[in-house]
Design a protein around this ligand. Structure first.
Ligand code: AMP
Ligand code: MG
Length: 424
């Protein structure tokens, strides 16, 4: 479909959108997924939709931080290498021992790491400061009150908020929830993403290649990138360049997806741009040019609005139409889809980390567009890769960073300082 004389409501005009304006438009259209309760093991990687508070103080009882002897600090105040304090050993307390032990003044009890401190004791002498005797222990050094003791509540008070809504459940946070006595937490589920690659030239890796065809890499790459960003992703490869087939292929996925991504078929014109042709008629997907390189042609909107059933059905499922060139698709994913996936998860942790670094060589960039050049970041230096074509997947595979060249720059010399995005 070529642009005619009638204004096209699904095209955001011919002016370039800034990266930020486009990101903001996307985020304003996304509603977080409804929370669900998941058992701790299943909640890993999901984002909390509630605060988690401590059911008990952490730790919940005074205990020893070392293997040694529980004592009264006053009894070892004058202990020294040449005149040890010698105390009768009246028992042993192991971790998990729930007996009511009481320490008499002038005596010691052997105690293990994590074992409950006996009543009366106010210090633990590490075994290394003693002769390790079971009957009468010689202690060669004095200890302060509280030495090697972990007091109840020293980590958190009962009822204290340990994790706040919006936190991603990484292994540390899983441990916190378990320590707080939780078996399940309320989280936003991992978004279900379906990636559809379009193009008559695509064949599956593993099948013989004939001249004119290429192996589909985008659907694998973008599904993997979505998983890395916390989603559950599947791919639907090789949707043919047939305008009549594209919409049904997309609609087929609506029931299984919280977010759809297509690659290919959205270039600047031509009847082969089937994704654009199929979606622009709906009026709910907007195509625009973003002032960046690679990744200028972008489309975003909602598909399946007003469908019956399912959460979010009236609003529809967000859809991104990414350009077909692999590097463009990848950069577009990181700049636009990644924040959208974070928003679906009710998280704010998915923007790529950025550092300042010194260029080891010069770079070029088109005027009026922000470049995201593939580079290798090593400490505070970044080396632009020589292959910057948006089809150059081999070079993308060597990159660990994107070098940002601002819209107003067309050339930056070596030794200039640039912003660099670190790739996940
Ligand atoms: P398009 O956006 O459909 O015009 O495609 C732009 C370029 O990207 C063409 O060279 C395509 O062959 C290539 N391309 C499109 N889809 C894929 C894909 N799934 N994997 C690898 N390359 C692709
Ligand atoms: Mg194509």
């Amino acid at each position: 479909m070529t642009s005619g004389t009638t204004p096209d409501v699904a095209d955001a005009g011919s002016a370039l959108s800034s990266v930020e304006a486009y990101q903001a438009a996307i985020l304003s259209a996304i509603t977080p997924l409804a929370p669900t309760s998941l058992e701790l093991a299943a909640a890993e990687g999901c984002v909390l939709a509630e605060d988690v508070t401590a059911a008990v103080a952490l730790p919940s009882f005074d205990n020893s931080s070392m293997d040694g002897y529980a004592v009264y600090a006053a009894d070892v105040a004058r202990a020294a290498e040449d005149s040890p304090a010698t105390l009768r050993v009246t028992g042993e307390i192991a971790a998990g021992d729930i007996g009511a032990h009481r320490l008499a003044p002038g005596t010691a009890m052997r105690i293990m790491t994590g074992a409950r401190l006996p009543a009366g004791a106010d210090a633990v002498i590490p075994v290394e400061w003693t002769d390790d005797d079971d009957a009468r222990v010689a202690i060669y050094r004095p200890a302060e009150r509280g030495n090697a003791v972990r007091y109840a509540g020293g980590d958190a008070a009962e009822g204290e908020t340990l994790l706040t809504a919006g936190t991603r459940m990484r292994p540390m946070q899983i441990a916190v929830a378990a320590s707080a006595g939780r078996t399940a937490v309320s989280v936003r589920p991992r978004p279900r993403v379906v990636v559809l690659s379009t193009g008559d030239e695509l064949t599956e890796p593993g099948t013989p290649l004939v001249p004119g065809r290429i192996w589909d890499s985008n659907s694998y790459m973008i599904a993997a990138a979505a998983r890395e960003a916390g989603a559950v992703a599947s791919r639907r490869a090789g949707v043919p360049d047939d305008p009549k087939g594209v919409l049904p292929a997309l609609e087929e996925q609506l029931a299984h997806a919280d977010l759809l991504i297509t690659t290919g078929g959205v270039s600047m014109g031509g009847e082969h741009d089937v994704v654009k042709a199929a979606l622009r008629k709906l009026g709910t997907v907007t195509f625009r040019k973003v002032a960046m390189q690679p990744g200028m042609p972008q489309g975003f909107g909602m598909l399946g609005q007003g469908r019956p059933g399912g959460p979010g059905a009236e609003k529809g499922v967000p859809i991104f139409t990414l350009p077909g060139n692999p590097v463009s698709a990848y950069v577009s994913f990181q700049m636009f889809v990644r924040p959208a996936l974070a928003a679906l998860q009710g998280a704010s942790d998915l923007s790529l980390p950025s550092v300042r670094a010194t260029l080891t060589g010069p770079v070029r960039s088109p005027s009026g567009r922000r470049s995201y050049l593939r580079g290798v970041l090593d400490g505070a230096k970044v080396t632009p890769l020589s292959g910057q074509g948006s089809h150059q997947i081999a070079y993308l595979g060597r990159a660990n960073a994107l070098i940002i060249v601002p819209e107003w720059e067309t050339m930056l010399p070596a030794d200039d300082t640039v912003d660099v995005l670190i790739l996940p």
